[in-house]
Design a protein around this ligand. Sequence first.
Ligand SMILES: Cc1cc2nc3c(=O)[nH]c(=O)nc-3n(C[C@H](O)[C@H](O)[C@H](O)COP(=O)(O)OP(=O)(O)OC[C@H]3O[C@@H](n4cnc5c(N)ncnc54)[C@H](O)[C@@H]3O)c2cc1C
Length: 401
Amino acid sequence: MSERIHVAIVGGGIGGLAAAAALIHRGISVAVYEQSTALREVGAGVFIYPNSLRQLERMGLGDGLAAVGAEVGTGSEYYRMDGSIVGKILTTDSSNWNGMYGMHRADLLAAFVGSLPSGTIHTGHRCVGLSQDAAGAHLTFENGNVASADVVIAADGINSVLQKYVVEPSAPEYAGCRAYRGLISAAMIPEWRPEAHQVWMGDGKHFMVFPVRRGELLNYVGFVPTTNATAESWSAIGDRDELAASYAGWDSRVTNLLSKVETCFWWGLYDRKPLDKWVSGRLALLGDAAHPMLPHLGQGANQAIEDGTALAVLLDDCENKRSIGAALESYESLRRPRTSMVQAEARKNGLRYDSKYTDLGQRDKEISSSSAFRKSLYDYDIEKEALALIRARGLVSSERA
Ligand SMILES: Cc1cc2nc3c(=O)[nH]c(=O)nc-3n(C[C@H](O)[C@H](O)[C@H](O)COP(=O)(O)OP(=O)(O)OC[C@H]3O[C@@H](n4cnc5c(N)ncnc54)[C@H](O)[C@@H]3O)c2cc1C
């Protein structure tokens, strides 16, 4: 990159900070603008899978994540609601690499923050507008500040304010399901297998548990159908009695854990049909702003990390500022098909987990044979794909010349 590109990222969630870390790793100048007055993530878990962990390790975050993540492996299984086993959960990619952690969201966010030069993140900056001209993209903030950059990445979540500069506004779709989730000390459930990711399925709902923070805490999530649209908010307090009642009569490992829950939160599940476009001029959408997905493959944040890596590789390749538009178009062409596929597969997996099958034998067959799909999901190497695209573009232009 001969001319120095400056990138502004709107949104300091997992997607925005992962993009910042990827860009800085490649020597690209970045400023992050976050509306909250302090960066925070909620007390809940997030899975990091091999497809994003291999990128984070290349950015130098491997040791930091290993220090706070919980290894996930032995004892990871799918069950019917009565506790009988359906099959094993794949916890490796196809090379047998167990590149997988259960993470506390705050730990993941802190790892990103620690990798950024001080002064990169500007909190208390709620973006309210964007304009573009030949000189750059210009952001305005509610606090009266303004900022300019060569590229703006909208990482401002499912209710993105910048999305309308790319596509017609549309509301996210409610999935008719509420996720009750929380953390519980692993010491309170001594019988729990320390590395186990476990999923129970049946009766229109499912329940899952996995370890976070070196295995000191267990993250649980109960997915319960509801006709009342629930806010998409990590901080809404859920009703623990309602949660326990939803799983009454299920496997005693589930009911025992729920009997020890003191507080839980809830979150309404939303996604969107794939957007027609992700890029307009100097503006690119990323993460939930581009492709909110149901959490039934645990890939929303992982796909956002792939997005950030792709942008960093493609912007790093820009020979001059005039080629920024082409780099962003390449980003969209690389990322939209992949995330659209993952969005659709997450919906399908939700039907399996929630047992929306007349023939549960068919559900069990699909769950037991899901390893092939999981392997392809985890084997994907976005850095390699982005570099291949750059090479292919080079070949095309030299053939044309
Ligand atoms: C129950 C549940 C479980 C999940 N589990 C997993 C999992 O295991 N693995 C996984 O990969 N994904 C998981 N996900 C999905 C994952 O949480 C999201 O995909 C991911 O957090 C999206 O990150 P983001 O940065 O794009 O958006 P967000 O996390 O929503 O961050 C957006 C940020 O932008 C800020 N912002 C918004 N508007 C503005 C503005 N105007 N100006 C400035 N800042 C602004 C917000 O304050 C926020 O900090 C799960 C989701 C749910 C609901």
